[in-house]
Write a protein that binds this ligand. Structure first.
Ligand code: SF4
Length: 633
């Protein structure tokens, strides 16, 4: 077996309680590697088209990669995949933390779960041994309590727990999965899939070490990267201000998503900035496994009726905007409280904030009456109502039951023109970055296999001039020319084709986007050096980019089988109109025709059918996916 792998892929059928371990050949690993590519292989093989995502026939896959869990910096991630109950297409989310590395040390490269248990269960995996354990006593418990109870039952405080809270159990369509209470497989409703299998948690403990080909070289590169963390402005910024640093630039520019995207102007934006955050609620910073950057925030509030427990971490930028300005709320303490509630119930904060902001606008426009929202005064800015709604959604109580379906499905049930107030792609709510000022992000929202997501490529400003970090550091991949963030011409399409493939590779290898170029300190050469030193494989960027492209095409093919095509590669209407209010008033609309042209060009560059956006037979063969060809025919 190649270095870096355990050689074991664990299969569990929760309906029959059958457990078996597969030992793939090296050639399999070198084709699918790990993360999203490996997960997609099993999804394409074993999930039949049109499977109900919440039925026992869906798979739930946990997949670290060959380099996850090695001591190299910022590579703690693992992917969770399933058919998504929110979008109906490929569901995928990556999480950092400690769980992925622990699974490798416990002896497994991935877990493939099928079926559904009749009673709540949890899995206990320790050094190659697997037990399916009764979880009746954990069902209904918030995450901190459940984690504690598991550790007590197993008499081991070092056990790493990935789990769902009540929102996952209640099949909230945007429920997520958390490890160590604060690291999330955040989007696509994968927590609901786990809930549908009545699988509360996976507790892992590993004491084996991962076999590295050249340990000394990995150590040397790690030392090199670590020594530059505080010199590099991007990694230093992540450490000092974290992702909340984004609030200031967006609110000063006038593109901070506010009042359900009716404006980018939020006059109380200062209250939500990273500087205010650091002064008022920050308790400490933390990191993930073997990461010297330590960008994670931990907050604490000790006020009557508004206490926030540091166990649940702290809000990132997306959360601050989604539960803050988007809902017209400028009180950071309430945002932190709403974040804590989402975390203990395990709900994606982006979709939660977007769905509540949608309900608030429906209420303000008279589409939802006070009676229909259980007597809440659901105006923008009502921070008490925000907390109540988070609670009601997780428990599916009252109006919360409808909103637990996500904003798109809720609007279909509400009718009365509410659909125009929903901003989504493939049924998933838009994240907190405005594509009018980052057209590449807009292209990625539209093309994303798993619905609108901001983690589908680096963002445009990293390539805006010759001295930008992305332009300077990614020449080996063919990026050397700056492109304006608002350009939507061929240069932008080409840039984001490369970035999409590169990002897909990072999601296949478990690499944190905040650890390496163009977002941070580690270089392409160092990343390649780590991969070679862990595996012994003499890989090149050509092979790695092919791997990234292979996983994009597998995801696209999965979606094609579900009936998705170019008609679903869309952007919400709001972005084809000018900003309203603030410094960008009456500017910024993306030209719809130019956007369509850009999409078609991207299809051509990717080797997809230019009308349908579906991978061609030739492209599948080129990428070694011959086994999918008969399905195209
Ligand atoms: S950069 Fe931040 S999110 Fe990424 S691995 Fe390090 S601490 Fe975790």
């Amino acid at each position: 077996m190649s270095y870096g792998y355990t050689g074991n892929i664990l299969h569990i059928n929760l309906s029959t309680k059958e457990i078996w371990v597969e030992h793939p050949e090296e050639a399999f690993y070198r084709t699918y590697w790990g993360g999203r590519a490996l997960a997609l292989y099993y999804m394409l093989k074993y999930i039949k088209p049109k499977t109900d995502p919440l039925s026992p026939d869906n798979l739930l896959i946990f997949a670290p990669s060959v380099i996850t869990g090695t001591p190299a910096p910022a590579i703690p991630r693992y992917t969770v995949c399933a058919k998504s109950p929110l979008t109906g297409v490929e569901g995928e989310a990556e999480a950092g933390g400690w769980w992925g590395p622990e699974l490798k040390k416990a002896g497994f490269d991935a877990i493939i779960i099928k079926g559904a248990s009749s009673d709540p269960v949890y899995l206990y995996i320790k050094d190659g041994k697997i037990e399916i354990k009764d979880a009746t006593f954990l069902w209904g418990k918030e995450t901190a309590i459940a984690q504690q109870l598991i550790r007590e039952e197993l008499k081991d405080n070092r056990i790493r727990v990935a789990q769902i809270g009540p929102a996952g159990e209640n099949l909230v369509r945007f429920a997520n999965i958390v490890n160590e209470l604060k690291h999330f497989n955040g989007r696509n409703g994968l927590g609901a899939v786990m809930g549908s299998k009545r699988l509360k948690a996976i507790a892992v403990r590993g004491t084996k070490s991962i076999n590295l080909y050249n340990k000394e070289k990995v150590k040397e590169i790690t030392k090199q990267i670590t020594s530059r963390v505080m010199d590099n402005p991007l990694s230093r910024g992540l450490r000092e201000l974290g992702t909340p640093a984004t609030v200031r630039s967006f609110y000063e520019t006038g593109c901070l998503p506010s009042y359900n995207w009716t404006t980018g102007y939020f006059k109380e934006g200062e209250n939500l900035t990273a500087e205010t955050y650091n002064k008022t609620i920050l308790k400490k910073i933390e990191g993930c496994f073997a990461c010297p950057i330590r960008c994670k925030r931990v907050v604490q509030i000790e006020e009557e009726n508004l206490s926030v427990d540091p166990l649940y971490g702290g809000p990132e930028y997306e959360t601050i905007a989604a539960l803050g300005s988007l809902c017209g709320i400028s009180d950071l303490k309430y945002v932190a409280k709403a974040n804590e509630l989402c975390n203990k119930y395990t709900m994606d904060t982006i979709s939660t904030g977007m769905t509540i902001a949608f309900a608030m606008q429906c209420y303000e426009e008279g589409i939802l009456s006070r009676e229909e929202v259980n007597g809440l005064e659901l105006n923008f800015g009502n921070k008490e109502a925000l907390l109540q709604l988070v609670d009601m959604i997780a428990k599916r109580e009252g109006i919360g039951n409808l909103l637990a379906e996500g904003s798109y499905r809720a609007s279909l049930k509400i009718g009365k023109g509410s659909k125009k107030l929903v901003h989504q792609v493939k049924g998933q709510e838009i994240p907190m970055h405005d594509p009018r000022l980052k057209t590449g992000v807009g292209l990625q929202y539209a093309l994303s296999d798993y619905g609108a997501d901001h983690m589908k490529a680096a963002h445009d400003p990293f390539f805006q001039d010759v001295d930008s970090w992305g332009t300077k550091t990614m020449q080996d991949l063919g990026i050397s020319e700056p492109v304006s963030p608002t350009d939507i011409g061929p240069k932008k399409v080409k840039l984001f084709q490369i970035l999409d493939i590169y990002w897909s590779l990072l999601d296949t290898l478990g690499v944190c986007d905040f650890g390496y170029v163009p977002r941070s300190v580690g270089t392409l050469g160092e990343l390649l050096g780590i991969i070679q030193s862990v595996t012994s494989w003499d890989v090149t960027w050509f092979e790695l980019m092919r791997l990234g492209e292979r996983s994009i095409n597998m995801a696209r093919f999965f979606n094609y089988r579900e009936g998705f095509s170019s008609k679903d590669d869309t952007l919400p209407e709001v972005f084809f109109h000018n900003f309203k209010g603030g410094p960008l008033d009456a500017q910024g609309a993306i030209n719809k025709e130019d956007f369509q042209k850009a999409l078609r060009l991207r299809y051509e560059m990717m080797g997809w059918d230019v009308n349908t956006g579906i991978p061609t037979e030739a492209k599948l063969i080129e990428l070694g996916l011959d086994w999918l060809v008969s399905e195209v025919k």
